[in-house]
Every structure is written in structure tokens, then in C-alpha cells.
Design a protein around this ligand. Structure first.
Ligand code: NAP
Length: 552
């Protein structure tokens, strides 16, 4: 901890981040349960992901009517214009909710948490910010988001480029006008795939640098009708409740069955229907798409065939065909006219698979012996996902353990909610939870509710310190790894595996048992008195060998 003379402010709970998670935590804990909550937010306003990701074409890829809070007053009042709302509408919604819940008075904006140290004598966290503030709180809750720290490759000569370089995850608030410009986009994950068709419409020339071809399917986005909105609103409680029991926290297309038992002529027709209408439903055609190589290849080839039908230039179509990983094991992208964009005369695709980008120059980008000239460059290169935001904060737990060191071999967690060695710290949608594979709003609501219930339990029982037990955590980590090992997920060099960031350990970061099952596990832990957590009352101090003292 650095020396500082500022007198600390005292709170019950300090929340890091004021996106969807942080806002709900403030509302639930402050307004619902009467805790003194202070949130620290790096941005100048609320919104998190949706505050920063303002790149052209940014929109959600879960249906907006469900990619939203289940608060009944709000869901009855707010009306979504499209099936998959665009970023400005989502940010408008977030601001609407922020006003309604009056969350801003509990948030310090334009402020980053730099360090947090657990004071073992007083059982509270001491939090420091880049503005020199010190805050003390019994509980520290990370609402830092899974995709909040941009991953920016450092190419030689980058600083010499004469034009602007924009990362999709830190897009300028006032937008960027590419009219008449020669633009490069590096990266073809979801952010690249959403922005490329829109930038292509504005720019004079667009060059896409692709290292790995990504599977993407049409979003089939469209305006919602009044009738559709009315029907959803009338049935919200039952739809939201049913979604809690699904694998991904959202009601979607059901699988036809396993690859072996399904008639493949019918399956082909079903894929065709899903391609036209359901977005992410394509990979759910078989219940074993992510387990069986045959099932996966059938779906993968269906998409490759589509690419060849849509893209007119056979060489470009070939480059766009994904062959490096099974479909769905990297996040499937949803697009609007992505493959069609390569039929435009002002768009070209450059593969940097065999010959990587060599360097930037004042004029552009050099690949092999060719210099491509640009007025602006867009980095759609992704994020240091799931763990990046917390590892950048100097978090020191019991016995001066550092979180970044505890996670050096891969993120560990009990239930994705707590970390051994870091008492009174909770992670909303943390590593080892299913959150990144779900409608994240459903996961956020579940975690916030679970944490709120737990804080009430701790208050009732007079417990001043709670910590994930080492053995319980090891068991959970093992279960997460074992489930991943039974699937095709580890075959992809994805951000799910941490592989997209150089030097990051290759560990699967999510629980694959499904959201419904995960909820049931968390509910049972609560109902049984929180086994797997070590509880300390003022006269009962915890040590590393205290596993047997778990209260239940
Ligand atoms: P991403 O999926 O990690 O994609 C990053 C892209 O940059 C990849 O194509 C990667 O190539 C490329 N790249 C990275 N470093 C490179 C280098 N040095 N040279 C050339 N290419 C390089 O990141 P993202 O597109 O930002 O998406 C991340 C996640 O955010 C998504 O999976 C999704 O969960 C979420 N997201 C959601 C939406 C939405 O629809 N709501 C929109 C955007 C993002 P390799 O594949 O070869 O590494």
C-alpha cells in the first residue's frame, strides 16, 4: 500500500465498476438492504462495456428484451426498438435505469481503484484510488466486467503512424468520421465483425487484416412490433423465470437431439431455418455440437458453404472459411451483412495468418514486403478477458497474498464468487462461473441476488470475515476443468481459454455445467449455511489450517 495522508471514508461495501453489475449492486444493497455502498468507476458516467464500446455497428447479441434488468417496473416501462439493440439505445437504457435508481450519488466517476488491501486486524478492505482517496469497507465487490480491459498488440513502429489508431473497446465518445478515408481494421472477432460492414459503408477503402477466420451467423436483427413488445411484457415474469433454468440463461431454440440420432436431411433444413431466423440458435441444432467432432463439423461445414454462397470472389471466400477451431468453441459472432461486405469494391481482405503484420510506419502497415497506406487504423483486437481488470489492481489479501500472484497459473475461484486467501471479496460474474457463456444480465442478477442474501446471512450471524475454503475452491476448480475437458472448447485459442493474451495461462475460465445447474448449486450452498466458506466471528480468527471450522 502506498503512503497517503488522506483520511479514509468508511462504508459497508465498496463496489468496483458501475456497469450493469455495479448499478444493480448499488440498488440492491443500498436501497434494498440499507447498506452504505460506494462504487468507484473509471468512466465519466455509468455503462461499463456499453460506455466504452461505441464503435460503429456495436449492438448486443442476446435479445434486448432479455438483455436487460428483470425489475418489473422498468421492464414494463422501457420499450426496445429492435430485436438486438444498438449501443446508443443500450446506453440510453442504462442511463434511464441509473436515473430511476438514483445510483450516481453513490458513485465516484473518473476514478480508478489502484490498490485494495485486506486489514486482517479489523476485517475490512482498505481501498486506494488514483485520485488519492482511501476508502474502508467490510466488503469489496468486483463488478469489473469480463471484457473491460482492451488487449492492444504492440506492433513495432506503432507510435510513428501519422493518423489516429482507435481500439473498438475505447471508442471516442464523439464518434469517428471515416468519410473519404483509407481505413484498416485489425481483428475479426465479434467487434471487427460488427464494425467492418458499417465502416465499409463510410470509408473510401477498407482493408481487413485477418489472423483467424471467425464463424459468424446472421443476427436476423429487425425492429420489434408493438404486438411483440406487448406479448413479452405480459409474459415477462414467466419468461424470466423459465430462463433461469436454461443452459444459457435465456430461452432459445431447443436442440433437435444428438447428431447420431437426428435425420441429417432434416438437420440440414433446420440449420437453414436457423441461419435465416435465430442467430445463435445455429450451434444449438444438435445437443452435442460442442462435444462431438462429427456434429461440430456438420455445423461448421454448413457455415463454410454459406460463406462460399455469399462471397463472390472464391479466393476471398477461401480465406474467410474458418478451419482453425470447432464452431462455437470461440464465441460465435452475430453479424449484419458481414460476409456480403467482402463483395464491395472498396473492401479487401488480407490474411496475416502465415505472414503476420511486420510493423507500422508513418504511412500505414507493412506485411511481408508490402506497405499498405492508411489514414486511420482500427484495432478490433479484443480484451484481456475475465481476469484482466482485477489483475491490474494491486489486491492484497490475507497474509499479504497478491491476487495477481494467486492467479499466475490460472484464475482460481470458489463458485466464481470468491477466492481463497481474499476474505470478504466477491466477484460478480467471476472466473469459474458460467457467466461468459450466458446472457450476462441473467448471470449478473443471479450473482447480485446471491451476494445480497449472503451479506444478510453474515450480518445476522455476526460473522465479520468470510473466505472461500482452500479445499472447496480446489474442488470447484477441478470440476470446471473436468467439464471443459469433456468438450471441444480447449481446442480453440480463445479468450475463454486466456490464449488471446500473450503469456496468460491457458485455463478454461467458465463453468460448463449450464446456468440452471449452476444456480441450483449456488442455492444449495446458501440453503445449507454456506459450506465451502470459512466464517470468523470476532472471537474466532481464521488461519490457513482452519478448513474444519466451516460453519454449516
Ligand atoms: P476477440 O474475439 O478476442 O477478437 C480479437 C481479434 O483480433 C481476433 O480476430 C484476433 O485474431 C485479432 N488479433 C489480436 N491480436 C492480433 C494481432 N497481433 N494481429 C492480428 N490480429 C490480431 O475480441 P472482440 O472481437 O473484441 O470480441 C471479444 C468478445 O466480446 C466477444 O467474443 C464477445 O463475447 C464480446 N463482444 C460482444 C459483442 C456483441 O455482439 N454484443 C460485440 C463485440 C464483442 P486471433 O483470433 O488469431 O487471435
Amino acid at each position: 500500500m502506498s503512503e497517503t495522508t488522506t483520511a479514509p471514508t468508511r462504508h459497508d461495501v465498496v463496489v468496483i465498476g458501475a456497469g450493469f453489475s455495479g448499478m444493480l449492486l448499488i440498488h440492491r444493497l443500498r436501497d434494498g438492504l440499507g447498506y452504505d455502498v460506494k462504487a468507484i468507476e473509471r468512466g465519466e458516467d455509468v455503462g461499463g462495456t456499453w460506455f466504452w464500446n461505441r464503435y460503429p455497428g456495436a449492438r448486443c447479441d442476446f435479445e434486448s428484451e432479455f438483455y436487460s434488468y428483470s425489475d418489473n417496473e422498468i421492464q414494463q416501462e422501457w420499450s426496445w426498438s429492435e430485436r438486438y439493440a444498438a449501443q446508443p439505445e443500450i446506453l440510453e437504457y442504462i442511463n434511464f435505469v441509473a436515473d430511476r435508481w438514483d445510483v450516481r450519488r453513490s458513485i465516484d466517476f473518473d476514478t480508478s481503484v489502484t490498490a485494495a488491501t485486506f486489514d486482517e486486524g479489523r476485517n475490512l478492505w482498505v481501498v486506494e484510488t488514483d485520485r488519492g482517496a482511501r476508502l474502508e469497507a467490510r466488503y469489496l465487490i468486483a463488478a469489473t466486467g469480463n471484457l473491460s480491459v482492451p488487449s492492444e498488440p504492440t506492433f513495432p513502429g506503432m507510435e510513428s503512424f501519422a493518423g489516429p489508431i482507435h481500439h473498438t473497446g475505447r471508442w471516442p465518445k464523439d464518434g469517428v468520421d471515416f468519410t473519404g478515408q483509407r481505413v484498416a481494421v485489425i481483428g475479426t472477432g465479434s467487434s471487427g465483425i460488427q464494425s467492418i460492414p458499417v465502416i465499409a459503408e463510410q470509408a473510401a477503402e477498407l482493408t481487413v487484416f485477418q489472423r483467424t477466420a471467425t464463424f459468424t451467423v446472421p443476427a436476423a436483427n429487425r425492429p420489434l412490433t408493438d404486438r411483440e413488445r406487448q406479448v413479452t411484457k405480459a409474459n415477462y415474469p414467466v419468461l424470466r423465470e423459465a430462463a433461469k433454468h436454461t443452459r444459457a440463461g435465456i430461452l432459445g431454440e431447443q436442440p433437435m437431439g444428438s447428431f447420431a440420432e437426428v435425420d441429417l436431411v432434416l438437420a440440414r433444413g433446420e440449420l437453414e431455418r436457423r441461419w435465416r431466423t435465430t442467430g445463435l440458435g445455429v450451434t444449438a441444432t444438435f445437443n452435442d455440437t460442442l462435444v462431438s467432432e462429427e456434429a461440430n463439423e456438420f455445423v461448421s461445414q454448413f457455415v463454410r458453404d454459406k460463406i462460399n454462397q455469399i462471397v463472390e470472389d472464391p479466393a476471398t471466400a477461401k480465406l474467410l472459411e474458418p478451419h482453425d477451431y470447432p464452431i462455437g468453441t470461440k464465441r460465435l459472432a452475430l453479424d449484419t451483412g458481414y460476409y456480403e461486405t467482402y463483395n464491395r469494391p472498396n473492401v479487401r481482405l488480407v490474411s496475416v495468418r502465415q505472414t503476420p503484420i511486420d510493423r507500422f510506419t508513418p504511412r500505414g502497415i507493412v506485411v511481408g514486403d508490402h506497405e499498405y497506406e492508411f489514414d486511420a487504423i482500427v484495432l478490433a483486437t479484443g480484451f484481456d478477458a475475465v481476469t484482466g481488470a482485477l489483475e491490474r489492481i494491486d489486491i492484497e489479501g490475507r497474509g499479504a497474498a497478491k491476487l495477481a500472484e494467486a492467479w499466475a497459473e490460472g484464475a482460481t475461484s470458489y463458485l466464481g464468487l470468491a477466492v481463497h486467501g481474499f476474505p470478504n471479496l466477491f466477484t460478480v460474474t467471476g472466473p469459474g462461473s458460467p457467466a461468459i457463456l450466458t446472457n450476462v444480465l441473467a448471470s449478473i442478477e443471479h450473482h447480485v441476488e446471491w451476494i445480497a442474501d449472503y451479506l444478510e446471512f453474515l450480518r445476522r450471524e455476526g460473522i465479520v470475515r468470510t473466505e472461500a475454503d482452500a479445499a472447496a475452491q480446489a474442488g470447484w476448480v477441478e470440476q470446471v476443468a473436468e467439464l471443459a475437458g469433456h468438450t471441444l472448447y480447449p481446442k480453440a485459442a480463445s479468450w475463454y481459454m486466456g490464449v488471446n493474451v500473450p503469456g496468460k495461462p491457458r485455463v478454461f475460465l467458465a463453468y460448463l455445467g449450464g446456468f440452471g445447474t449452476y444456480r441450483a448449486i449456488c442455492s444449495k450452498v446458501a440453503a445449507d449455511g454456506y459450506p465451502g466458506f470459512l466464517h470468523t466471528t470476532p472471537t474466532h480468527e481464521v488461519t490457513d489450517h482452519d478448513s474444519e471450522r466451516v460453519t454449516s
